[in-house]
Design a protein around this ligand. Structure first.
Ligand code: 13P
Ligand code: 13P
Ligand code: MG
Ligand code: MG
Ligand code: MG
Ligand code: MG
Length: 380
């Protein structure tokens, strides 16, 4: 069967700042989806990561379906009404357009969806990150799909030995989607050259070269491209199919032990390590650290079993301790240098007004002072 797996997520309000949505909010989203599911969805699951609510849906209507997207949009409106009633912070934060226009792409919510020929056993992972942007998945995808040091399947599983095709998007390009396709292993260094810049080049999807099947899809939307200013972090979701022609579940999870530095954290403007946390986890320290959750599912005829929570395993407690230490270490240097994001990201924030004001106060040093200084230097 051709199954479409769709995940759509949005921040529609949270308790005590940007921490976690309320139970009534999540219930309102869930109830709306349940009410709309008959005849449209095969199954669904609603979860949350930090302050973002994700709706996972299975159906046979293909990607970009206006009815499926409308379910999510209306569910987020229902949740927003609850958020407003409770005085939650940032009620409706990611609903950037007034009215629904057939597809939530370009309207604020993040979308990742793919249509697959459902395998007899179909394990997949739903990753959801908060307080970061879609480039956060560049490194884990590179390691899981292209690096035999991480993924022994590239040596041991003949179908994986043919490598993978990466579709990479230039997310700084605002007029239309600009993409490039690269094949590993041949194009590995070219892929690395792009993925090293995760604010600009983002892995959008990964495909098996042996079978042509899609392995992964990432929500690539950048909110500042839609809003023209900082309205919160993108907080991407990602779907990854596992096993057989794809990496094993443990190979996909393994790179998250690095706790790599990503863009995000406080006011979305810092470099902070990505911490793998349990399902439903809030954020805390410095509006972060940026977090990622993983829900592991199996699906048969569109019916979901799961999620189980791989990051709830005790192994990840040791990882979390190390990532917390990395976060504190980076925070020791405050706003200086690498701790804060480069201007290309900050230009969507209020710092531009301050810099424009300071720019007016800069003046050229008078010519005679130049000469005076030059002669002092020569005299020495
Ligand atoms: P099991 O014998 O537990 O199924 O392990 C199979 C495997 O290859 C794990 O990577
Ligand atoms: P969110 O995108 O998760 O709302 O983060 C906003 C923010 O600026 C936190 O400091
Ligand atoms: Mg928020
Ligand atoms: Mg968020
Ligand atoms: Mg956000
Ligand atoms: Mg087994």
């Amino acid at each position: 069967m051709n199954l479409t797996i769709t995940v759509i997520k949005a921040d529609i309000g949270s308790i005590g700042g940007h921490l976690v949505p309320s139970t009534p909010l999540v219930t309102a989203v869930e109830e709306h989806v349940r009410g709309a599911a008959a005849g449209l969805l095969l199954d669904f699951h609603v979860g949350h990561t930090g302050d973002d609510v994700a709706i996972l849906m299975t159906h046979t209507r293909g990607t970009g379906d206006p009815y499926v997207h409308r379910v999510a949009w209306d569910a987020f409106l229902a949740g927003t009404a609850v958020a407003k009633g409770e005085g939650l912070y940032g009620a409706g934060q990611d609903l950037l357009k007034e009215s629904f226009s057939g597809n939530v792409r370009g309207m604020g919510p993040a979308v990742a969806e793919m249509t697959v020929a459902e395998r007899a056993a179909e394990p997949f992972l739903l990753f959801a990150a908060d307080k970061t942007d879609p480039g956060a998945f560049n490194l884990p995808l590179y390691l899981a799909f292209a690096d035999p040091m991480n993924t022994p399947g590239l040596l041991l599983a003949p179908k994986m030995a043919k490598g993978f095709r990466f579709v990479v998007m230039d997310v700084a390009h605002v007029e239309g989607d600009r993409i490039i396709e690269l094949q590993t292993p041949e194009d590995l260094y070219d892929l690395a050259a792009l993925l090293r810049d995760p604010e600009r080049y983002v892995v959008e999807s990964v495909w098996s070269r042996a079978t042509g099947d899609q392995a992964a899809v990432v929500a690539t939307s950048r909110l500042h491209n839609i809003a023209g200013k900082y309205t919160g972090k993108d907080d991407p979701v990602m779907l990854v199919r596992c096993q057989m022609q794809f990496p094993a579940t443990g190979e996909v999870l393994a790179p998250f032990q690095i706790g790599h530095f990503v863009a995000g954290g406080m006011r979305g403007s810092h470099n902070m390590p990505l911490m793998p946390v349990t399902l439903g986890s809030p954020v805390s320290y410095f509006d972060g650290p940026p977090i990622v959750t993983c829900g592991a599912y199996s699906v048969r005829n569109g019916v979901l079993t799961g999620p189980v929570d791989p990051f709830a395993h005790p192994f990840w407690d040791a990882v979390r301790t190390r990532v917390a230490e990395k976060a504190v270490e980076m925070r020791r240097q405050g706003f200086f240098g690498a701790a804060m994001l480069p201007m290309s990201e900050l230009e969507y924030t209020g710092i531009m007004e301050k810099l424009a004001e300071l720019d007016r106060r800069f003046r050229l040093r008078p010519e005679e002072r130049h000469q005076e200084q030059a002669s002092v230097v020569t005299a020495h």
